[in-house]
Write a new protein. Structure first.
Length: 82
């Protein structure tokens, strides 16, 4: 669930797995990789992050966005992010 400035991941049974607090940037878009191992998020401040879906650890940050990132998506093979 992306809601305002937090990102919460739930399992299929409805149990919260982890929640991240972005504090200053609203989360606008999230997408899971096809294998379910990674999550990409885009935020209002132009921040794109790649997360470990199991534990919420940041595994990468994609620089170069000067404005809002309203949509993020993994390619079907999981090798690219748009």
């Amino acid at each position: 669930t992306g809601s305002g400035k937090t990102l919460t991941i739930w399992d299929a049974a409805g149990t919260e797995v982890w929640t991240l607090d972005f504090r200053v940037q609203e989360v606008l878009s999230v997408d899971f990789s096809r294998d379910g191992k990674r999550i990409v998020s885009g935020s209002e401040g132009g921040l794109v992050k790649i997360w470990n879906a199991a534990n919420g650890a940041v595994v990468g940050t994609l620089p170069g966005h000067s404005g809002e990132v309203n949509s993020v998506a993994f390619s079907p093979d999981g090798k690219h992010i748009a």
